[in-house]
Design a protein around this ligand. Sequence first.
Ligand code: MG
Length: 249
Amino acid sequence: MVPSRLRLPIYKCGMLIGLVGLILFTRSHGSASSYDQDVFVTVASQPINVGDAKAAALAYYNSGAYQRDLEAVAVQAAGSIDSRAASVNRPALVLDIDETALSNWEILKRDDFGRSIAGPCDLAIDAPCGWAAWDQLGRDPASVPTLHVFQRARALNVAVFFITGRHESQRAATERNLRSVGYDGYADLYMTPDDAHFASAADFKAPTRAKIEQIGYTIIENMGDQPSDLLGGHAEKDYLLPDPFYRIP
Ligand SMILES: [Mg+2]
């Protein structure tokens, strides 16, 4: 005999059975856009699907999470400048440029996260751009969280050095771009020679930081969006900004 408080009307029993059936069906078959690994006969060893990764990167940006995460790192960097600048002789801040000081989101989207360096860039047509041609346009907005770190550093007389993998042939456009969005009053901008090729950006950036130390500065912070911006030492603290959009070795 079932206690009366546990009895359900027939129609409610039917609804409950239907709901359980739907859950079981969804678990075993998935939706049209997602599925459990065990639905198909396949292999588990393949790397992440590039299309899925692009969709995740787009959602990360569009949701505001990317901006929030940039700010989370930058706030720590600004706070550390506040506490360290006054106790160091000739303090310096080193910044990378792309996806650190400046945002390339416009070309990232235009190129569907491709990253061809060569090729033209015609904004009048709906087509991908070569990154070298894009950089010559000098139209990147500032990455605002990093601009705030820059401004904090300058307010405390911390010298700011940019070190970038961009080539010397892009110097005029890059300097114009930096100044036009608020990066005014930096100490120097180091760029790679036009004919140079480095297996890792760290092979250029770490020795450049050593040069900055040799002329008398103490690098209290180094900030970039790639591990290769930071590897190799010559900075008291390293700040890695989020960047799921591309990788520079
Ligand atoms: Mg970068």
